[in-house]
Design a protein around this ligand. Structure first.
Ligand code: ES4
Ligand code: ZN
Length: 326
């Protein structure tokens, strides 16, 4: 339809994308074969049959083990290259991509192989597809604050290749405050900051308050529960904070897209953006997410264009580079 073509053609920035969440079953088989790994599932259909997630826990139980096929720098290159090619085909011009080094260093893969492979893909994709890629180092919040700090220290020699620091994985029992010192150090080193504030999380409002007031993040991932608290909405608006929402992902890890919340925040003037989170697992890249939200909430092209503009305004492009898209 016209809306689908419009959503694909809109120049977009993607701001909430986990590179490890772009591992399609076909690439998983290719990497397993290359690395001599025997997989439990034998066909693409068998792999997809394990993607029956109903909450974050059931998702993460599939997500982390799948990363075992990623071993060499070339594997990480191939993963990011495939994503950037796909993203460019959906109208993405700029992608600020999370990567989870701890999910790899904790099983013996050197940090240098992970970031070296990703960096190589970014350089190639820029030349071949005209898409600009950037990296955000994402800390796994269910590991310790000490491991997080050690990972930040390991990343410092690669500072020029990393835009910012994020926080993901299981939020329960792992509030933002647990990582206050790590994020303060990252800020002092010149990193921009963002954190996941998941949907329907217990204590969600308190966690959103912590990320805005205490951690002083430069963006919030998900964070749509803020709709319950007018004071925090006003504070976020006053600061021009971006929110990276992920409609299709929401429909897997909660029972719905949260379209009412997303649209309400957009119409209240928050810098709401639409993103794909883990597209290989949730079955939709960024334009697919624009379309899914538009169909669910009956949005027209004006509001889709606003969401795409927001994606550049909430990006961490420098003002000069950002203005080229606006
Ligand atoms: C994630 Cl959906 C989701 N939630 C939390 N952490 C994540 N890492 C990758 N996908
Ligand atoms: Zn995420």
């Amino acid at each position: 339809t016209d809306l689908v073509a419009f959503a694909h053609g809109l120049p977009k920035a993607e701001l909430h994308l986990h590179l490890e969440g772009t591992l399609e079953p076909e690439l998983k088989f290719a990497l397993a074969a290359r690395n001599g790994i025997e997989l439990a599932e034998k066909t693409v259909e068998e792999v997809r049959a394990t993607y029956n997630f109903h909450d974050l826990t059931s998702f993460l139980q599939v997500y982390y083990p799948a990363m075992g096929v990623l071993q060499t720098a070339e594997d990480f290159r191939d993963l990011a290259y495939a994503y950037l090619k796909k993203a460019a085909s959906q109208g993405t011009r700029h992608a600020e991509m999370f990567f989870d080094p701890q999910a790899h260093t904790s099983r013996g893969v050197p940090f240098a192989h992970v970031i070296g492979g990703y960096r190589q893909a970014i350089i190639e994709a820029r030349a071949e597809f005209g898409i600009q890629g950037e990296l955000i180092l994402c800390i796994l919040r269910d590991f310790s604050a000490e491991f997080a700090m050690a990972t930040l220290m390991e990343a410092l020699p690669y500072k020029d290749w990393i835009l910012g620091l994020g926080l993901d994985s299981d939020e329960r029992g792992n509030p933002p405050a647990k990582f206050a010192a790590v994020f303060a150090r990252a800020k002092a080193e010149g990193f921009l900051l963002t954190m996941h504030c998941d949907i329907d999380q217990e204590g969600s409002i308190e966690n959103i308050r912590q990320v805005i007031e205490d951690i002083q993040v430069d963006r919030i991932d998900h964070g749509t529960n803020i709709v319950e608290n007018d004071e925090l909405v006003e504070a976020a608006k006053a600061r021009g904070l971006g929110f990276t929402t992920c409609p299709i992902s929401n429909s897997f890890v909660t029972d719905q897209m949260k379209s009412d919340e997303i649209v309400a925040l957009l119409r209240r003037g928050l810098k709401v953006t639409i993103n794909s989170d883990d597209p290989a697992y949730f079955g939709g890249y960024v334009a697919d997410n624009y379309v899914a939200l538009a169909e669910k909430a009956d949005l027209g092209i004006e509001e889709l264009a606003q969401l795409a503009r927001n994606s550049f305004e909430a990006s961490w492009l420098t003002p000069f580079r950002r203005d080229a898209y606006l």
